[in-house]
Design a binder for this molecule. Structure first.
Ligand code: TRP
Length: 330
C-alpha cells in the first residue's frame, strides 16, 4: 500500500471547511493507503512561538475532531510532530540544500510574510518551514500528499530537495511525492467574505453545539438585495446555498429550491431553517461519537501513533546519516 501523509497545524478546532476539503477524503484514503496524519505542532510554532498555549490546548481537540468524523486509529497513524525529533534532524540536513533566495520565492511563504507583516524581520524558523515540511513528507517516504491549492509550492519545494539530495549524495533513496488536490470547492465563511477560517471566527466547528450552529446559520450572509420574500434572490455568493451545496443530500430538490429562491417567494429564514436541519443531522452522529471519546483513550491513540511514526522516522534517519556520511564514530 502506498504511503499518504497529511497534517494540520493545531491552532484551532477543525470546522466544516476542513471536513469538506480534507477530512472526508482522509476517511476514504485510510482504506486504500497507508495513511499518516500529523499534528504539525512544530510548524504551528513557527508563527505562534509567542502563544504556545494556543497550540497545546488544541492538540487533543484536533485528534478528537479526527476520530469523531470517522478517522480510525486502527487504519490511520495519528502522531505528534514535535515528538519525532528525527524530523528536526532531517530538516537541518536539508537546510544545506536550499538557498534563502529560493525560500523567499516560495509563493505561499511570500504571501504569509506579507500577511503577517514580517517583511523586514522574517523569523528564520518561519522562512524555513517548507524545509521542515519536506522532512515531514520524506521521512515517511510519503508518495501522496493531499493538500489545498495553497500548499502546492510546498510539494514542489520538497521534490526539489529530494532531487538535490539524491544527486548530491549519488543515491536514489528519497522519493518524490505527488500532491492530491481536493476536488471540492473551498467552503466560505458564514460572513461570505473569505474562506471559513478559525482565525477569522467565521467558521462552523465540528464541535459546535446545536445552539451555536443555529446562531451561525441565522447570521449567514445571503443576498443583501433579497429584502421581501417575494423579491427574486441571488444564489451565487449566497452562503446558505454554498453550504447546502456541500451538505444537502438531494441534489434535485436543492435545484428546485434554488430556482424558487431566484424566482422569488422563498424567504431567507426558510432556507436557513433547511440548512440548520441539514447541518444538525450531519453533525449529530459526529457529536455523539465525540461525546463517547474518553481523554485517556484519545491520549493513548496519539501516543501509540507517535510511537509507530517514530520508529519509521528513526529507520529513515539512520539511513540518511549513512548516505550523507555523518554520525558514525569510527
Ligand atoms: N502546511 C500544512 C498546513 O498548513 C500542514 C502540514 C505540515 C502538512 N506538514 C505537512 C501537510 C506535511 C501535508 C504534509 O495545512
Amino acid at each position: 500500500m502506498s504511503v499518504i501523509l497529511t497534517g494540520d497545524r493545531p491552532t484551532g478546532k477543525l470546522h466544516l471547511g476542513h471536513y469538506v476539503g480534507s477530512l472526508q477524503n482522509r476517511v476514504h484514503f485510510q482504506d486504500i493507503y497507508k495513511q499518516f496524519i500529523m499534528i504539525a505542532d512544530v510548524q504551528a510554532l513557527t508563527d505562534n512561538f509567542d502563544d504556545t498555549a494556543k497550540i497545546s490546548k488544541n492538540i487533543m481537540e484536533v485528534v478528537k475532531d479526527y476520530l469523531s468524523v470517522g478517522i480510525d486509529a486502527e487504519k490511520s497513524t495519528i502522531f505528534l510532530q514535535s515528538r519525532i525529533t528525527e524530523i528536526a534532524e532531517l530538516t537541518i540536513y536539508y537546510l544545506n540544500l536550499v538557498t534563502v533566495a529560493r525560500l523567499q520565492r516560495n509563493p505561499t511563504v511570500k504571501n504569509e510574510i506579507k500577511q503577517k507583516g514580517y517583511l523586514n524581520s522574517i523569523p528564520a524558523g518561519f522562512l524555513c518551514y517548507p524545509v521542515n515540511q519536506a522532512a515531514d513528507i520524506t521521512i515517511f517516504h510519503a508518495e501522496y500528499v493531499p493538500v489545498g491549492e495553497d500548499q502546492l509550492p510546498m510539494i514542489e519545494q520538497a521534490n526539489e530537495i529530494v532531487r538535490k539530495f539524491n544527486a548530491l549524495y549519488n543515491c536514489n533513496f528519497l522519493k518524490e511525492s505527488k500532491a492530491i488536490l481536493s476536488s471540492t470547492p473551498r467552503l466560505t465563511g458564514v460572513d461570505g467574505k473569505a474562506k471559513a477560517s478559525k482565525s477569522l471566527g467565521n467558521a462552523i466547528f465540528l464541535s459546535d453545539s446545536k445552539e451555536d450552529v443555529k446562531q451561525k446559520v441565522m447570521s449567514m450572509y445571503t443576498d443583501p438585495d433579497h429584502i421581501k420574500i417575494s423579491d427574486p434572490g441571488k444564489v451565487e455568493g449566497n452562503v446558505v446555498f454554498a453550504y447546502l451545496d456541500a451538505f444537502y443530500g438531494d441534489k434535485d430538490e436543492l435545484e428546485s429550491l434554488k430556482s424558487h429562491y431566484m424566482k422569488g417567494g422563498l424567504g431567507d429564514v426558510t432556507i436557513k431553517n433547511i440548512l440548520i436541519d441539514t447541518l444538525q443531522s450531519f453533525l449529530d452522529p459526529i457529536r455523539q461519537k465525540r461525546g463517547l471519546l474518553k481523554d485517556e483513550d484519545v491520549k493513548n491513540i496519539l501516543q501509540d501513533g507517535t510511537f509507530k511514526a517514530k520508529s519509521i522516522a528513526s529507520d529513515t534517519i539512520s539511513q540518511v546519516r549513512d548516505i550523507i556520511g555523518i554520525g558514525a564514530i569510527k
